[in-house]
Design a protein around this ligand. Structure first.
Ligand SMILES: [Ca+2]
Length: 186
């Protein structure tokens, strides 16, 4: 193949890949990709985690990192800080389903407070799978998940300590069920 044709093919492949990334459904991003993190939330990794249980858990996290609220760091209403902010783009208007890959220490460490685009906050989690990474879906029929094409802001806030967030997925496909570590779309 002539060099200029090969360059053109490479360029087209790059453009197609970029468009596919922008239009990806599901949208998948890492818990540790937050643009703003305030204490007691932090980004922990399998090397940097402060305790052996978190260290071991983070070895099985995507990128070996996650958003973390360490056990003992405190809960609202005493702790009024603790937020992580994410920006993401959706390619089309739609009803979205929100999934998170989470790790809960116990029944007092199994939820976050979430807020989309500064609409009404909602509780995420409250399931009974502990000390194991697993996917949890946001409550059904949330008006907050009716998203218009364009940029959106998700804020994950501290509700209980002892909780970690590895990956976040948004999809319009109601039959989509994430399993294990998903490929991040950015
Ligand atoms: Ca991760």
């Amino acid at each position: 193949m002539p060099l200029h044709t090969r360059n053109l093919v490479t360029l087209l492949a790059t453009v197609v890949c970029t468009v596919n990334t922008l239009l990806a459904d599901p949208i998948c991003f890492e818990g540790e990709s937050a643009t703003q993190v305030t204490e007691p939330m932090e980004i922990s990794g399998s090397e940097t985690a402060k305790d052996a249980v978190s260290k071991a858990a983070l070895k099985d996290a995507s990128g070996k990192k996650a958003l973390d609220i360490r056990q003992g760091k405190g809960n609202p209403p005493k702790v009024t800080t603790g937020k992580a902010e994410y920006q993401f783009d959706v390619a089309a208007d739609g009803e979205y389903f929100l999934w998170c890959r989470v790790w809960w220490l116990d029944e007092c460490a199994n939820s976050f407070t979430m807020n989309l685009d500064e609409a009404r906050s909602f509780t995420f989690g409250q399931d009974g799978t502990y000390k194991s990474w697993h996917w949890v879906k946001a409550p059904p029929r949330l008006k907050q998940l009716s998203l218009s094409k364009g940029r959106h802001k998700l804020v994950v806030a501290c509700r209980e300590d002892g909780a970690m967030l590895d990956q976040i997925i948004l999809t319009t496909n109601k039959r989509y069920v994430p399993v294990g570590i998903e490929a991040p779309s950015r």
